[in-house]
Every structure is written in C-alpha cells, then in structure tokens.
Design a protein around this ligand. Structure first.
Ligand SMILES: Nc1nc2c(c(=O)[nH]1)N[C@H]1C(S)=C(S)[C@@H](COP(=O)(O)OP(=O)(O)OC[C@H]3O[C@@H](n4cnc5c(=O)[nH]c(N)nc54)[C@H](O)[C@@H]3O)O[C@H]1N2
Ligand SMILES: Nc1nc2c(c(=O)[nH]1)N[C@H]1C(S)=C(S)[C@@H](COP(=O)(O)OP(=O)(O)OC[C@H]3O[C@@H](n4cnc5c(=O)[nH]c(N)nc54)[C@H](O)[C@@H]3O)O[C@H]1N2
Ligand SMILES: [Mo]
Length: 709
C-alpha cells in the first residue's frame, strides 16, 4: 500500500525505494516491498500453466489447461453435486483488485457452498462483530492513530506487521507522535514485542485470555459508573444488558487467569475512560483464541461505552474512494453468519464460507457431500492452516486440484494443474479492500511497470476465463439450455473484455469522492492516472449513524450470538489455572509475509529466523541452552527447531513464526529450501477452535520442549 518507486531497465528491476512524493506514505517503505523485484525476476516463478502427470510437471497451453480444469470440475460436480468442489482463497487476494472483482462471478459460476479462505484463520472475529453490531461485515473501525491520546492495543505488533485492519505506513513514528502529544500506549501481549518496547504500559497476558481481560475492563467501567457513550447513546441498544453480562468478570476474578494484576486492570480501565480520545484495537493475537468471537465483540463494546467509536481520536470508519462497504451492500453481500453448518463438525458458515479448520476433514470423511476437488486461489493451506501434515495428506487424496498461484510450493505440488498469474509488477494496482481500513482516506492507482508477454494472464483474466468456460458447460434444462448457455457465454465474454479498470472507474465515480456537478475535481480513474503519487482525501470523518447498516439503523451492543456465548467464558473462570507446562504462540517478522516471501534472496538472506523463543528460566529448569536444537511436540506432531533464549517472553510461553517449513518434497523453491525452517502449523491443532466462530485457536497450543537427539 505504500508508495513505491521502481527503477528498471524495461526488463529487470534496478532499484526499489519509498516514494517521497506519496502524500500518504511519504517515502516510508517496509522491507517486504523490496522483494517485488526478486519476485518479478525469480526464475522459480511459473510463467506458463503447468500440468502434473504422476510426479512429473510439464508446461501446457492456456487453452489446454483451462479446458482440463473446467472438464474436471464439471465432471465431478455432475457426479457428486456442486458442493463436492471446494475453493480456498488466500491472503494475497485481499491486495489484488482484479482478482477481487473477478472472484465474485467466478464463485457464482462454481456455485459451491464449500468455500474456505484465510478469513477464518485471521480477522473473522472482527468481521463477525462488525456484522452483528453495525450490520455489515466490512464495517470494521480503524484506530485514528494520528489523533488519539490513548491507545490500548491487544495482540498486535504493528512495528513488524505494519498494521492490519489499520493501514498506516511508518507506525513507529505515529506511535512516537502519540507519546509526544502526551498520550499513553498500552500493549497487551505474552511477549514484550518490538511494539511493546515503545509502550508506556505493558501487560504480559497469558495466551488466549483476552476476552476475560476485556470483560474485566468493562466490569470496572460499569461498576465505577464510568460509562460515557456520548452521542452514541442515541442510537445504541443494550447498555444494561452488557452490564449484566460483564458483572461476573471482576478484575479480582480474572487476575490469575489473565496473569494481570487487579490494580493494573483497574488502572488501565480508569485511564482509558479518563482519556479525552482513546482507541481500543485488537488484532491477530486476539483472533487466535478459543474465545476469539467474544474478544472481537468486547473490543468494539469498549470503544462504544467510552464514547470513542466514530469520533476523532477514537476508532473510526473510513470513507474510501472505491467504497466496498456501500458496493457490497448494494449487491446484498454485506455478510451472513450461521446460515448453514459444515457437514462433519457442524461449524458455522460466515460470509458464504466455512472455517478452514474443517477443510481437511471435509476432504477425508467419506459420505454424501465429501469434497472431491479443490481450487486454491492465492493460498497455501499446507503451511497456513492448523495440522498442515493432515492437510498434506488430504490434498494428496483429492480426485482433482487446481491452483491459481505463481509458485510450485507446499500446497500447489498437490495440484493437477497450476495456473500462474503475472507478477505484481506486470499488473496495475489499486487497493480496493485495504484502503477501506487506512488511517486516512487515500487513493492511488499504479500502472504496470513491465509489459507482459501475450501468453501471460493476470489473476482476473484467469478467473474470467474459467468463469466463461464454467458457465458454458453448466447443464441447463430443456429447450432453454442452449440459448441460455449462449447468453451466459456472451455475458462472460463481455466481462472479460471490460477489464477491472472499467469496473474500478465506475466504482470511483459513484463513490463518495467521485465527481459531482457541484464539485471541482472528483476522483476518477483518469485523475488517478495523472496523480501518479496518489491523492490524499483527508483525515477520517464521523460516519454514524448514517453509515450504520443494521435493519433498524441502531448499534446492537449485545448481539444474541455473543450473549449466548458469555456463559462459556464464565465457566472458564471456574477452571483452575495451570501454569505447569508450556504453551506455544506465533510471531511475524519484518522480512516475511506469511509463507511466500522466502524465495526472495533479499528476504531470505541472513541467519535462520525460524527459531523458538523461550524465557531463560524456562530453559534452565529444563536443562536447555541457547542455540541448541530442540524438539517441540504437541498433540498433532513434532518438529525440530533451534532455541533462542530471551527474557522478553512470558514465563511458560514459547514463540515460533509461521510460514516456514519449505522442506517438503516436490517443490520448486530453490532459495526458500536453503533455510527451510519448520512449519509451526505441523504442530498446531485443527481441533482447538473457537466453537462460536470456528476460527482456529493458534495461540496457546500446549507443547513440550525437549533436547533434540
Ligand atoms: N500458526 C499460525 N498460522 C497462521 C497465522 C498465524 O499467525 N499463526 N496467520 C494466519 C493469517 S493472518 C493468514 S492471512 C494466513 C495466510 O494464509 P494463506 O493465504 O493460505 O497463505 P499465504 O502464505 O499468504 O499464501 C499465499 C499464496 O498465494 C500465492 N500468491 C502470492 N501472490 C499471489 C498473487 O498475486 N496471485 C495469486 N494467484 N497467488 C499469489 C503464494 O505463492 C502462496 O502460495 O495464515 C494464517 N496462518
Ligand atoms: N512483515 C510481515 N508483515 C505482515 C505479515 C507477515 O507475515 N510479515 N502478515 C500480514 C498479515 S496476513 C496479517 S493478518 C497481519 C497481522 O498483524 P498483527 O496482528 O500485528 O500480527 P502479529 O505481528 O502476528 O502480532 C500478533 C501479536 O499477538 C501476540 N499474541 C499471541 N497470542 C496472544 C494472545 O493470546 N493475546 C494477546 N493479547 N496477544 C497474543 C503475539 O505475540 C504477537 O505479538 O500482518 C500482516 N503484515
Ligand atoms: Mo492475515
């Protein structure tokens, strides 16, 4: 999302740097962006469709590859039903505007309810809270970082991740700015992270207990009569009900479970309520627990009862130039929850998708509705979903699999066909999704840096070609079949010809910053083409109650689904606290991006980063020493990794990054395989989930650590 300057000679990248003239990122760039050149030049990046017969891969033409895919999908859907073919969409699609726009008709053409994505191992809890409280799954508020005076941050490390559902370049300077204004930064994390080192207050929480802590903050606010929703009171229901629900969670009762002393809980709650403008922000660390749904809800509830939702310096809703909230609402795709359940474990649907935690068992479990084929779109579930070894076996057992992906990696090696898109530098870019979660309203369009060969396709073209072919093959009834198929084909062809730019331009024109008769310069694609560095559309402004999408246009402070889950959280208080063993959490690193930047020499160089962090005292009591290799074991498996001792870990907690483990057979990742690391998800557990949402409790997996032989 940052402004990037790419110097090149028409073929190869010479230099990549931050764009000083970018009104938003002002020259800032994180290391990941410098990998763009390596990715473009990478000899391992696939440039033509590949087909596997046995273990041998051969290049094939787009026509043959697309036909093969559509024949197999159609055949299996005819024999076993539409839902027997699954789709898994991964994280990079969120940044790919062509792929996003053409993904919608593709999903319709596939017509399967067996859709999975990285959402259910990531931000689903925030989306669920947004849907049930504000009426639209994308109405997730963003901390107004540059104007807040108190920031309570749980389970996020933006100094490394760059902020998530909080797009903000140069977070470090912005957090320093908060302190320079006399504000306070509170960080809640089991590890004293890079971000926590900047904090005024650091609460070293026991993994998985954020919902208890958040409920206790609310309990203090209600008991001490510090509830001050301000203007929100006029359109919010449920204050008394919320008070009733949080009453059992006193700081005294949650202290031993959360590992945070009563006086710290009370102190933070009081200072949060006293601050003139405050923001509470939770991210991946709070989404990866067995109470993730409740935690996501309580974060928003805290912002509401303190009057900080939708106000300057609090958490705010954006007004993006391409307004995905308004557009999806118009299309009737504002979100859904629990309309149906997964076949094997009965986990709930969310937004038309089922939890990734159940994908492997849906493939492996025989019976009506068993999954027979899979499409992966920019996803690497073998490394990113829990119990990756089981996922490996499940994918190997499929009758057919196709991957839309530039690499032959841990996941795509199981495919029969790989359809590779062009590189990031060979396609245009506009952030249709993530601009909607930026700390300022901004719009920037980037032309491709490089021309691509006539035989290469962008993600949107691949999706579009598949859509057209799938619709043409769709069995229709009786005499109408042929003309209808013709029509479907014609419509598909028209969409193919349109291109994402046309859709983007229409979206910008009808968007909130589009041209109007009374405005001088509205945002259009041609204006963005002229404003190469991007356009700043100003600070965030208050959007509620107009933007509220609930049927009654009011905020539901206590949606039923959350209310019904509180009793489970209360039962947690009755369980004895067991700090005897070790539990595992994850972490991100500056030079990684989930599983797929390790083939960039710039990102991969240097020491082995896939190390296990442990507190020196935990090591001493086990007779372990710094640098030695250890075996990390959980219910699902064992991996061997190097040990790194550091006193910035909570006692009893160990941390390993995810996205490594490039040591499987049959991949073509020459750089990544030099220091392959081990996959944390080989030992995470698909059965540790939040039953309310089906998201995976990656955080707090019980493990043992022993010396390697
Ligand atoms: N234990 C543990 N597990 C985690 C997490 C954690 O914190 N701990 N984090 C979770 C989170 S937040 C996420 S988002 C997921 C990510 O999970 P995934 O999205 O499944 O995994 P990625 O590693 O992002 O894989 C991206 C894939 O897309 C391909 N790709 C890259 N760019 C493009 C493109 O432009 N087009 C196409 N078609 N393909 C592309 C890459 O080659 C790669 O195969 O992992 C989750 N898993
Ligand atoms: N460099 C880099 N940047 C990235 C990514 C990357 O892989 N590399 N991935 C991108 C993606 S897909 C995402 S979703 C974002 C995520 O962005 P962030 O949410 O900022 O991600 P993390 O750095 O994983 O921070 C999560 C923090 O939660 C802590 N934690 C673990 N368990 C608990 C718990 O139970 N409670 C609390 N309170 N904290 C806990 C961890 O110690 C960690 O510090 O980052 C994005 N940016
Ligand atoms: Mo993510």
């Amino acid at each position: 999302m940052c402004g990037v300057v790419v110097e090149h000679d028409g073929e190869r990248v010479l230099k990549i740097r931050g764009d000083d003239a970018d009104p938003w990122s002002r020259g800032y760039l994180c290391p990941k962006a410098t990998a763009l050149g390596d990715l473009h030049d990478d000899p391992d990046r696939l440039r033509t469709p590949m087909r596997r017969i046995g273990s041998a891969w051969t290049p094939c033409s787009w026509n043959d590859a697309l036909d093969l895919v559509v024949e197999n999908i159609t055949r299996l859907q005819q024999r076993h039903g539409r839902d027997a073919v699954a789709l898994y969409t991964g994280n990079p699609m969120a940044h790919n505007f062509g792929g996003l726009l053409y993904g919608v008709p593709f999903m319709d053409a596939l017509g399967t309810k067996s859709r999975f994505s990285a959402t259910s191992i990531d931000q689903l809890p925030h989306m669920l809270a947004a849907l049930l409280m504000f009426g639209h799954q994308l109405l997730m508020p963003v901390p107004d970082l540059d104007r807040t005076e108190f920031l309570l941050m749980l389970g996020a490390n933006p100094l490394v991740s760059n902020g998530s559902i909080l797009s903000a370049p140069g977070i470090k300077d912005r957090l320093r700015g908060l302190k320079a204004r006399g504000g306070e930064l509170v960080v809640v994390d089991p590890r004293r992270t890079e971000t926590a080192m900047l904090a005024d207050t650091f609460l070293e929480i026991r993994p998985g207990t954020d919902a208890l802590l958040l409920a206790a903050f609310l309990e203090v606010l209600f008991r001490e009569k510090l509830i001050a929703p301000g203007r929100l009171a006029a359109f919010t229901d449920g204050f008394e009900e919320l008070e009733r629900h949080v009453r059992p969670f006193t700081p005294e009762r949650v202290a031993s479970h959360t590992g945070i002393a009563t006086e710290h809980i009370v102190g933070v709650a009081r200072r949060l309520s006293a601050a003139k403008r405050a923001a509470v922000y939770g991210r991946v660390g709070v989404c990866h627990s067995a109470f993730a749904g409740l935690a996501g809800w309580l974060v928003y509830a805290l912002n509401i009862v303190t009057g900080n939702l939708d106000r300057e310096g609090g958490v705010m809703f954006t007004t993006p130039a391409f307004d995905i909230v308004a557009l999806t609402q118009t299309l009737g795709k504002g979100g859904s929850f629990g309309r149906y359940q997964s076949r094997v474990r009965g986990l709930p649907e969310f937004g038309g998708e089922l939890p990734a935690a159940t994908l492997a068992e849906e493939i492996e479990t025989p019976g009506a509705g068993q999954l027979r084929a899979l499409v992966t779109l920019a996803g690497n579930p073998v490394l990113s979903t829990p119990n990756g070894r089981r996922m490996d076996r499940a994918l190997a057992s499929l009758e057919f699999m196709v991957s839309i992906d530039p690499y032959l990696n841990e996941t795509t090696r199981h495919a029969t066909v790989i359809l590779p898109p062009v590189s990031q530098l060979e396609q245009s870019h506009y952030d249709v999704a993530l601009a909607a979660f930026a700390v300022r309203n901004v719009a920037r369009y980037s032309e491709p840096c490089f021309e691509r060969g006539p035989e290469q396709k962008a993600d949107w073209e691949i999706l579009s070609a598949l859509t057209t072919r799938l619709l043409a093959k769709r069995p229709g009834g009786g005499v109408l079949a042929r003309p209808l198929q013709g029509l479907a084909q014609a419509l598909g062809k028209a969409a193919e010809g349109l291109g994402p730019e046309r859709i983007l331009d229409v979206g910008l024109r009808i968007g909130p910053h589009g041209p109007r008769p009374w405005k001088r310069a509205g945002v259009t694609l041609s204006r963005l083409r002229r404003s190469t560095h991007g356009v700043d559309l100003g600070a965030l402004v208050s959007r509620f109650p107009e933007r509220l999408a609930t049927p009654n246009r009011r905020i539901a402070l206590v949606p039923d689904a959350f209310a019904a889950d509180v009793a489970r959280l209360e039962r947690e208080l009755a369980r004895p606290v067991d700090d005897g063993g070790l539990v595992l959490i994850g972490r991100r690193q500056l030079r990684t991006n989930n599983s797929w930047l390790h083939n960039s020499p710039r990102m991969a160089k240097g020491r082995d980063r896939c190390s296990l962090l442990m507190h020196p005292k935990d090591a001493a009591s086990r007779g372990l020493v710094h640098g030695q290799r250890v075996v990390l074991t959980s219910r699902t498996g064992s991996i061997e990794v190097p040990l790194q001792l550091i006193d910035r870990m909570r006692r009893g907690v160990v941390s390993l990054p995810h996205g490594f483990g490039h040591d499987r057979d049959g991949m073509a990742l020459r750089v990544a395989s030099v220091q392959p690391g081990k996959s944390i998800n080989d030992i995470t557990d698909e059965e540790r989930i939040d039953p309310l949402t089906g998201v995976v409790a990656f955080s707090g997996v019980p493990v043992t650590v022993t010396p390697a032989a």
